[in-house]
Design a protein around this ligand. Structure first.
Ligand SMILES: Cc1cc2nc3c(=O)[nH]c(=O)nc-3n(C[C@H](O)[C@H](O)[C@H](O)COP(=O)(O)OP(=O)(O)OC[C@H]3O[C@@H](n4cnc5c(N)ncnc54)[C@H](O)[C@@H]3O)c2cc1C
Ligand code: FES
Length: 1146
């Protein structure tokens, strides 16, 4: 694949590798081709992880390196993205740059819709929204009409100045190589240099069913790119990609009479949401039709629209044969395996035709549909009598299914409610889905069958009314509302914060991420980008496939016969301690159902390189480049002193999994292998293994018993909480007590019992939020239940139970709730909560989140961080500290004010145990505080030494004073940061409130005196969106045998661009201080994650309203994630009821 060619053959590492299945967009490059028909050059984004090199014959590839690099110049796209804080960890940023670059090469001034479409294929775990910053001319906070951006309060908005950027200059871009227009160059495989259909169809016949290394890629056959208009419809070449198809239809539709375009409109509807732009640019219309999978959404519409395939057959002289595109049950497609689809005729629709396309996926865009459908009806002219009806469904079986018999029975019927009821019954009978059907969600999928039909019914009724207003009645308003398009608009962000320092002070200013430019140019070096060293070996895990098994013996002889395999490493090769609580190499028992770190029997060492955790051993010492700088586990495993283990960590990017303990075990596995073989070893998990092994948030089940008054006051609560602890302890001892932190409500009599349940599944871990996301959701669910029982507004019950003034938490910890209330009141004000409350689907959720850990062990670890500050003779400064850059901007925040020098003098390089001996966990939102304090102390000591020199030479410069000092270049810091005495489990609390409704979210956050508003607001926005993913999208499925089925981005859906609220406003609470933390700031990061739950509760509110309308009981408990399936089933509407009733009759 192209991605590996970049790294291995041409040594380019700017293009990243995130998932390997086309799901994340990290590997995006631009492919430019010459269109033999239009004789124009086309630029398209493409996923290089899926692109075979040989299919690039005649194409030019542009990678991020060619777009721009720090030397000689960065591109204006890169500059804007970096300076507008458009990156966090930066791992996916080169892919973003390439998506935007490809767009701009085709459209110099793209519409916002095109920009959003270009970014569709991007996953959005870490997004900073400041790119599309809306200038808040006035936030209308003041009733007087005065703006909140009041100079006296130094309130600012916006985090970058977009006017400083140069415009894109198209004349400076690379040109398409002219030699690729005049001829073909053979480069890496055997190329059949023929350009005729005859040749291709002959080759297809001969190589039918062949796989690698034979790939037929018709890049040069003009007939396959044809676009022509005939009297019957549009003929589109089968080699045209789906993005081209979209562009062709978008151009054609406005030029045609509306009645002719119904099928094209249906195509366009799907082409806006089908996959991402990279995939739409790679997948061909012919390939889409032939691949036939039932999730191929264009096929049902093509088929009901009676598209015609022009085929060339078996190397015979080409006489095009035309066949209608068959529906799913027709086996004619089998023949297509030997034939070539040259082009497809997509006919015009007729006046009395109605065609619609439907799809429902886990998320709006870039997700395969759960069910899709194409429906078409033809009426007898001027009437509503059915002459012809076709209904096809995808996503139900392994191929597309036709409701042919149902349709036949409905011919001759009038289009009315009786017909609809009959149609629903017939379809449910014909498209049968047994309870054990593949793909799960059986009841939901059956509900979708009839829901789509209902929607089609309404669309057609509405269309008939438009055509014959005097004969066909208008739809009621209620029914019209069901036809509303659920398409998100353009997201707009507002960021408001307070600036309280003089202009020369870097603290509190929105300073760009120190690696921002490198993120956008692809020059930031992640572990995957480290070049292999001589003799380096790769490592692959051998994991168990059955849960709870005993290892009787390990026979490696067969593995050792495999070409390239060098050695097999097992627990016997561990000289010292084989992991701590969790074994690095399984010894006698394996608990997990599928894979797992305490599960691998052995790794196989082989020569081919995959991505890396790189370990090299030499002279009884070990050098590790990994996602951790903890030496303890490796040292114990190898029986070495800590000083022999040198751990280097530059930055972490693209992380999916847990981040504290698991990487330590991976380091042990690789270190043992390096120790045994004497070679450097690189080791990384493919995305599916990563999802299987590294762990995520613990699944949580909570039961509550609550005593409350009629006014909503909670007097007593008994909480029983269970987490799925998996097969080992991991960090559950630390996460369980988080349940007790009790969110923002004060309960006088509270009993919390937490249980970690041991199971035969991979252990989960302390992931972002440390169990608080689950516990917080649980407590808020309890509040909703009290509000429902007392029939009081949710916000009133929250208010009456919220901590007031100075309080003691259940840990007997004193804290002041003043800022919590300020956030709450501001947030109620900002979106004008009470006026919006009339709408259904709104929720305002407060948050109180503790900083740091509630276990002494972690406090001891974090308190021993150190820092190293070098001042060089030219005045430049190198800062090293114990924190790890995970994209949270920790290095950027270390750019200290203490030395009173411009930021350009300061450089941060990496985190390493050779410079900072005991930096351990960067977690609990304490990274900046602990490490910045350490750096501050060191700087202050250094400054003390420089001070007399400065006094002697007050008119001198920094460089002069440094030159004279030449001393104290290295100082250590070791200071405890938190009081671990009983009664002070946490150093302090963070507060925030978020309000979400239909299209918007407002967040008010108490970040106190933020060190860097650009970084902090980015963290708030990113964490909120990640929270939305957790609470509404991300679902893990297991087979009944315990095998994890959700293993990658195709099934595990994280938020995309379309999931960002249309109006997304973040306000940092002004005039707030925190005397405990550095520069009076507050740690950010994990806390904001929970605020994503406001979307969960807003949906719950909307579902409650729908249930109320139908007179259903209100005491329903939606589970998280509140996916489209759960929302639909919780609404319990007429269709879910119909399906249940129908199933009970079977
Ligand atoms: C990450 C990802 C996300 C996706 N998301 C969606 C989605 O949301 N909705 C959706 O509908 N689809 C989705 N798809 C599927 C996609 O739309 C394509 O249909 C699919 O990739 C096949 O197109 P292709 O050109 O790559 O075909 P190929 O893989 O190149 O070809 C498929 C088969 O067709 C044959 N073939 C190709 N062209 C011809 C021809 N002209 N004549 C005869 N035989 C031919 C090939 O020999 C091969 O056997 C997704 C795919 C991926 C990888
Ligand atoms: S690595 Fe190619 S799309 Fe994820």
């Amino acid at each position: 694949m192209l991605k590996f060619f970049f790294f291995n053959a041409v040594h380019l590492s700017g293009t990243k590798y995130g998932c390997g299945v086309g799901g994340c967009g990290a590997c995006t490059v631009m492919i430019s081709t010459y269109d033999p028909v239009t004789k124009q050059i086309q630029h398209r984004p493409a996923n290089s992880c899926l692109f075979p090199i040989c299919s690039l014959h005649g194409a030019a590839v542009t990678t991020v390196e060619e777009v721009g690099s720090i030397k000689p110049r960065i591109h204006t796209i890169q500059e804007r993205l970096a300076k507008c804080n458009g990156s966090q960890c930066g791992f996916c940023t080169p892919g973003k740059v390439m998506s935007i670059y490809a767009l701009l090469r085709n459209h110099a001034e793209p519409s916002m819709e095109k920009i959003i479409a270009a970014l569709d294929g991007r996953k959005n775990q870490n997004i900073n929204l400041q790119i599309n910053h809306k200038s808040p001319t006035c936030c209308q906070l003041r009733a007087t009409g005065q703006c909140c951006l009041d100079e006296e309060e130094h309130i600012h908005s916006g985090l970058c100045n977009t006017e400083e950027f140069p415009p894109v200059d198209p004349t400076q871009e690379f040109i398409f190589p002219p030699e690729l227009i005049v001829g073909l160059i053979d480069f890496c495989c055997h190329i059949f240099n023929h350009t005729t259909i005859l040749c291709l169809s002959g080759l297809k016949k001969n190589h039918h069913g062949a796989y690698h290394p034979i790939i037929l890629h018709p890049v040069r056959i003009p007939e396959m790119y044809v676009v022509s208009s005939t009297t019957d419809g549009l003929v589109i070449g089968a080699a045209c990609c789906l993005a081209q198809l979209r562009d062709i239809l978008m151009k054609a539709v406005p030029k045609l009479a509306e009645e002719k375009t119904k099928i094209y409109q249906a195509f366009l509807q799907h082409l806006r949401t089908l996959a991402g732009e990279q995939m739409r640019s790679m997948a061909s219309l012919g390939g889409h039709i032939v691949s036939r999978a039932s999730t191929r959404e264009l096929n049902p519409i093509s088929s009901v629209g009676k598209s015609v395939l022009n085929l060339a057959s078996e190397g015979k002289l080409w006489t095009p044969c035309q066949i209608p595109l068959p529906d799913g049950q027709n086996t004619a497609t089998e023949n297509m395996a030997k034939e070539v689809i040259v082009s497809v005729l997509i006919p015009y629709s007729m006046k009395d035709d109605f065609i619609s396309a439907f799809r429902q996926a886990e998320s709006q865009k870039n997700a395969l549909s759960i069910v899709n459908s194409g429906m078409r009806i033809l009426f007898s002219p001027g009437t509503d009598t059915i002459v012809d009806l076709s209904i096809l469904y995808g996503g139900i079986g392994s191929t597309i299914l036709s409701a042919r018999k149902s349709c036949e029975k409905l011919i001759g019927r009038q289009w009315n409610d009786q017909m609809l009821n009959e149609a629903c019954r017939l379809v449910l009978e014909e498209i049968f889905l047994p309870p054990s059907a593949l793909g799960r969600k059986v009841e939901y999928r059956r509900t979708l069958l009839v829901s789509f039909l209902f929607r089609f019914y309404l669309e057609v009724l509405h269309g008939l009314n438009q055509m014959y207003p005097f004969r066909c009645a208008e739809l009621s308003q209620e029914k019209m509302s069901a036809l509303g398009m659920l398409q998100s608009g353009i997201a707009q962000g507002v960021q408001i914060y307070q600036l309280r320092c003089p202009p020369q002070d870097p603290v509190g200013r929105p300073i760009m991420h120190q690696s921002g430019i490198k993120h956008t140019t692809g020059e930031e070096v992640y572990i995957d980008d480290i070049r292999p060293v001589d003799g380096e070996l790769s490592l692959a895990l051998v994991t168990n496939i059955k849960a709870h098994t005993k290892i009787m013996s390990i026979n490696a002889s067969e593995a050792l016969q495999v070409p390239g395999v060098v050695d097999v490493v097992t627990a016997r090769d561990v000289p010292g301690e084989n992991g701590k609580d969790e074994q690095a190499y399984a010894e006698d028992k394996v608990f997990l159902a599928s894979g797992g770190v305490s599960g691998p029997f052995a790794p196989v060492i082989y020569k081919k390189r995959k991505v890396s955790l790189q370990v090299s051993s030499c002279c009884n010492q070990m050098k590790i480049s990994a996602r951790t700088v903890n030496t303890e586990f490796v040292a114990s495993a190898l029986n070495l002193q800590y000083n022999k283990i040198m751990c280097h960590m530059k930055c972490v990017g693209g992380a999916f999994g847990g981040k504290i303990t698991k990487p330590l075990l991976f380091a042990v596995i690789a270190a043992v292998a390096a120790n045994k073989t004497g070679h450097a070893v690189c080791f990384a998990l493919e995305r599916n293994m990563d999802m299987l092994i590294t762990g995520r948030w613990h699944p949580f089940f909570g039961k509550y018993k609550v005593g409350f008054m009629n006014d909503g006051r909670i007097r007593a609560a008994d909480f029983q909480c269970y987490i799925n602890g998996g097969c080992t302890k991991d960090e559950f001892e630390s996460v369980i007590p988080c349940v007790e932190s009790g969110q923002c409500i004060y309960i006088l009599n509270l009993l919390v019992r937490g249980h970690a349940c041991k199971t035969n599944l991979p252990s989960n871990t302390a992931f972002r939020g440390f169990e608080f996301p689950q516990a917080g959701l649980f407590v808020e669910t309890c509040i909703v239940a009290v509000a429902t029982q007392t029939d009081l507004p949710h916000e009133k019950v929250r208010e009456i139970n919220m901590y007031k003034r100075v309080n003691l938490t259940s840990f007997k910890e004193k804290f002041d709730a003043e800022n919590l209330w300020k956030c709450w009141e501001e947030c109620l004000d900002k979106p004008d909560y009470y006026s919006k409350k009339a709408m259904k689907g709104i929720a305002i959720i407060p948050m109180k989140f503790s900083v740091g850990f509630n276990a002494t062990y972690f406090h001891q670890v974090t308190s021993s961080n150190q820092s190293l500050v070098h001042i060089y003779i030219d005045g430049s400064v190198l800062v090293t500290h114990g924190g790890i850059e995970l994209g949270q901007g920790i290095h950027t925040k270390m750019s200290h004010r203490e030395l009173k020098i411009p930021l350009s003098y300061i450089h941060l390089c990496e985190t390493s145990t050779t410079t900072v001996t005991s930096g351990k966990y960067t977690a609990g939102s304490t990274g900046t505080e602990i490490n910045a304090r350490a750096v501050q102390d060191v700087c202050q000591i250094l400054w003390k030494h420089l001070d007399p020199i400065q006094r002697d030479n007050p008119n001198g410069k920094w460089e002069d004073w440094v030159n004279l000092s030449l001393c104290f270049l290295l100082l250590n810091y070791d200071k405890p940061t938190s009081d671990t005495e009983k009664g002070h489990a946490f150093p302090y609390f963070r507060f925030g409130v978020s309000c979400s409704e239909n299209i918007g979210t407002d967040i008010v956050m108490d970040a106190c005196f933020t060190i860097n508003p650009a970084i902090d607001i980015g963290q708030i926005e990113g964490a909120f969106i990640q929270g939305v993913g957790l609470y509404t999208l991300e679902e893990i499925f297991f087979s009944p045998e315990g095998e994890q089925l959700t293993l990658g981005p195709d099934t595990y859906k994280i938020p995309a661009i379309c999931d960002i609220p249309e109006q997304f406003c973040v306000y940092l609470l002004p005039n707030s201080c925190n005397s405990i933390a550095i520069y009076s700031s507050k740690g950010v990061g994990e806390a904001r994650f929970f605020l994503g739950s406001s979307v969960f509760f807003a949906i719950q509110d909307a579902v409650a309203a729908a249930r109320k309308e139908r007179g259903l009981p209100m005491d329903f408990t939606p589970n998280s994630p509140l996916t489209v399936e759960r929302i639909c089933m919780a609404c319990d509407d007429v269709f879910t009821e119909m399906v249940r009733l129908f199933s009970s009759l079977l």
